[in-house]
Design a protein around this ligand. Structure first.
Ligand code: TIU
Length: 259
């Protein structure tokens, strides 16, 4: 099943609220938020206080064209195994997040079929023979509705989990993500996905500028380049957490459970 472009349905948070929030049924109000229990997570540069009612899991671009052997990423000469190691930790984290009844959102990088939202500069960058919109191994490359553009089956969105179709690297640029988060009272993001230095970093920076606290589990983000993986994470947590916090998924499971 393909998720249609722009799909967005409501998520039921009742499981977590019922289990963990001090005042069930009143979790959206300012006063009850103040009373809500927080869950400390070991992180760098210092502990992250997770507020379940205000924290969404945002899974960035776990798309077939970036991760699957024979996809666009591999066609460009990249080592997809560097990204594929993130699938299992993401699968476990997603299962735990869903079991706890917390908000889940997914993104996909891609463009309209007529490419009207594709900047000419992005189309020609790299001087590759095959570029966005051309026929690729799994349909037209990074075009919405094509097989390669869709999310890998291991992490497939459930009905009720918003899928943000984004034309850029950052998940906030030219999307309705900020509105969706604000309507749900989300102030914290656990950001996972690919690639660490490109779409994950860009999204964390955009989120930081909009006032969100971001926590990045290092085993749930991946780069084709090991040195960028290391530096991409260091850049987030440097200078007292200039863009956010870095942790690992076991530390999150220790706080919210295994699902
Ligand atoms: N999702 C994402 O990071 N898109 C990219 O194009 N990444 C690269 O590393 N090329």
């Amino acid at each position: 099943m393909l998720i249609p472009a722009g799909a967005c349905l409501a998520t039921d948070h009742s499981a977590w609220h019922g289990a963990c929030v001090g005042n069930p049924g009143k979790s959206r109000g300012g006063a009850s938020k103040m009373q809500a229990k927080t869950y400390p997570i070991a992180a760098e540069p210092y502990e992250f206080d997770l507020k379940p009612a205000e924290c969404a899991l945002l899974i960035i671009d776990m798309q077939r064209d970036f991760l699957e052997p024979g996809g666009f990423g591999e066609m460009l000469g990249n080592d997809v195994s560097q990204l594929r190691r993130t699938i299992e930790p993401n699968r476990r984290l997603l299962a735990a997040w869903r079991a706890a009844g917390l908000a889940v959102m997914h993104t996909r990088e891609g463009h309209r079929a007529d490419l009207s939202d594709l900047p000419p500069a992005k189309k020609i960058r790299g001087r590759s023979k095959t570029t966005i919109g051309d026929p690729g191994p799994m349909g037209r490359i990074l075009v919405r509705g094509e097989a390669g553009h869709d999310i890998i089956p291991e992490l497939y969105p459930l009905a009720g989990e918003p899928v943000i179709d984004k034309p850029g690297k950052g998940a906030f640029h030219a999307t309705d993500l900020h509105s969706i988060l604000q309507h749900r009272g989300i102030t914290q993001l656990v950001v996972t996905g690919v690639t660490t230095e490109v779409c994950v970093n860009t999204t964390v920076r955009e989120a930081n500028d909009r006032g969100y606290d971001c926590l990045v589990p290092e085993d749930c983000v991946g780069s084709y380049f090991p040195e960028f993986q290391e530096m991409g994470l260091k850049m987030i947590k440097a200078q007292g957490g200039i863009f956010g916090w870095v942790t690992s998924s076991p530390a999150i499971h220790a706080a919210i459970g295994k699902g």
